[in-house]
Design a protein around this ligand. Structure first.
Ligand code: ADP
Length: 312
């Protein structure tokens, strides 16, 4: 990954009637990055993506693709963007090859290069064996591959995928995720999803959007840090009074789950594991299990969204 910024959105807003769908959102995407747009339905993900791809004009804000202003020079800027909308724009009565050929022309690929571009896109998306099949007769997973192939056919710098795994079965989901990983080797990718583990699996960075606002924009590692619960679940072979545990350096409170099992809450800057182990050995507490607990991604997500709601 490099620090070259390929896509930059500044202060984007979009209203529908009196309703704010996207509210003053700014972010950038670097070369080689996979950014996940995460949010509940209606959060504003699709509206943002439609603006990033030049399919919907923002009411306010600026978008630069590879340094080119999308609103000033849409033709030039869009050449650097590939887009898979939530409902893939497929002509089901065409074969895969015919459709991709058509897409190659739409993207103004040089006539001599079109066959090559179609073959390469089919190869990368695992479509070569079905090139002569009618799109309408393909499974939903394969139709999605065709949707991704049309998004990368002109080798854009940034590929934007709107809910790429929605409506697929678990096997198809796994295959499409693998395909997205492969795509990310050569392109920067922005994908939207409401599936939290999908972001963990695929993305370097996560942007959480709710009610049109960007609430979180950080690396997956930093999201994982937020997932640390700062609690330890400890179990002993025999009952142990909570008072002993409260004395361990760093422990702030003790929840007794049953006589032999307690949850220790500790200060984020003072993990008591070492102190606890020493004490357990010297005082023969017969510790049988010590588990650092983690918040689920769902909990963190809800916490981020709720924090914003209570801050308003
Ligand atoms: P997401 O993709 O996160 O599910 P959307 O961007 O589709 O969210 O929608 C954000 C909000 O904007 C929703 O409240 C939705 O109803 C509204 N919205 C989206 N498109 C339109 C439209 N064309 N006309 C009116 N309201 C819209």
């Amino acid at each position: 990954m490099s620090n070259t910024v390929l896509l930059e959105a500044s202060q984007l807003s979009r209203y529908f009637g009196g309703k704010t769908a996207v509210d003053n959102v700014s972010f950038s995407v670097n070369q080689g990055e996979v950014v996940g747009f995460l949010g509940p339905n209606g959060a504003g993900k699709s509206t943002t993506m439609r603006m990033l791809t030049g399919n919907l004009a923002p009411d306010h804000g600026e978008i630069r693709v590879n340094g080119i202003d999308l609103l000033d020079k849409p033709g030039q800027a869009k050449a650097h963007i590939g887009y898979l909308p939530e409902t893939p724009p497929l002509y089901k009565e065409l074969t895969v090859r015919e459709f991709l050929r058509f897409c190659a022309r739409l993207n103004q690929i040089d006539a001599k290069q079109q066959s090559n571009a179609v073959d390469t896109a089919m190869d990368r998306c695992g479509l070569t064996a079905v090139s002569q099949r009618l799109i309408g007769n393909l499974s939903k997973g394969f139709q999605q591959r065709v949707g991704i192939a049309q998004a990368i056919i002109h080798s854009p710098a940034v590929v934007i995928l709107d809910e790429p795994t929605s409506g697929l079965d678990p096997i198809q989901i796994r295959e499409i995720r693998q395909l997205i990983r492969d795509i990310a080797d050569e392109h920067s990718v922005i994908l939207s999803t409401h599936i939290l583990p999908e972001v963990q699996m695929l993305c370097d960075r996560v942007q959480i959007i709710s009610q049109g606002q960007l609430l979180f924009n950080d690396t997956i590692d930093n999201l994982s840090l937020q997932m640390q619960a700062h609690t330890l679940l400890v179990e002993f072979e025999q009952p142990l009074a909570a008072d002993f545990l409260r004395q361990v350096d760093g422990v702030t409170s003790v929840e007794t789950l049953h006589l032999q099992c307690h949850r220790l809450h500790y200060r984020p800057d003072k993990n008591p594991t070492q102190a606890l182990l020493s004490r357990a050995v010297s005082d023969n507490w017969r510790l049988t299990s010590l588990i650092p607990e983690q918040r689920s991604l769902e909990d963190v997500f809800m916490k981020i969204i709720q924090k914003e709601e209570t801050d308003v």
